[in-house]
Design a protein around this ligand. Structure first.
Ligand SMILES: Nc1nc2c([nH]c(=O)n2[C@@H]2O[C@H](COP(=O)(O)OP(=O)(O)OP(=O)(O)O)[C@@H](O)[C@H]2O)c(=O)[nH]1
Ligand SMILES: [Mg+2]
Length: 132
């Protein structure tokens, strides 16, 4: 089964706080915290998917971003390829447009939240890239 290509954004504000959101209980890996993002649709580039997901889920428009890491992970019921980007500039104020709780936390504080298993590598990379 081909892995699902997922665009994932680590949004960082001017104070070096990182945005996380909580997945709906009924969703895959529900109830856990995540970085905003979603599936890359057919015909879409990963950057287009990233911008669309940030618009749909948070109401922000990304400016500068750069690739951070790729995380292939097989959950057993689903295989994903998380294409993670650091978004260091954006317009607008993030809101949970799908009713999802949001939190801005320091890189060090990320270790205190429960994420899907694939995200442990992302938390490590963020702490290394931004310092904690
Ligand atoms: N967005 C996001 N997805 C993640 C993360 N970590 C992780 O394993 N995933 C997995 O990636 C897959 C796709 O993400 P998603 O459910 O957000 O996709 P989407 O927004 O297009 O969902 P939708 O089907 O509700 O429209 C899910 O199986 C999810 O469990 C993460 O940090 N952020
Ligand atoms: Mg999503």
């Amino acid at each position: 089964m081909a892995a699902l290509h997922v665009a994932v954004a680590v949004v960082v504000d001017a104070r070096q706080q990182v945005l996380i959101s909580r997945r709906a209980t009924a969703a895959h890996q529900g109830g856990l915290w995540e970085f905003p993002g979603g599936k890359v649709e057919p015909g879409e580039s990963v950057n287009e998917a990233l911008a669309r997901e940030l618009r749909e889920e948070l109401g922000i428009e990304p400016g500068a971003s750069r690739p951070l890491l790729l995380v292939p992970f097989d959950y057993g019921d689903k295989a994903v390829l998380l294409d993670v980007h650091l978004v260091t500039q954006f317009r607008g104020e993030a809101r949970g447009l799908e009713g999802q709780p949001l939190a801005w936390v320091s890189p060090a504080q990320l270790s205190q939240y429960r994420f899907p298993a694939a995200n442990l590598a992302i938390v490590d990379a963020v702490q290394q890239a931004l310092g904690d």
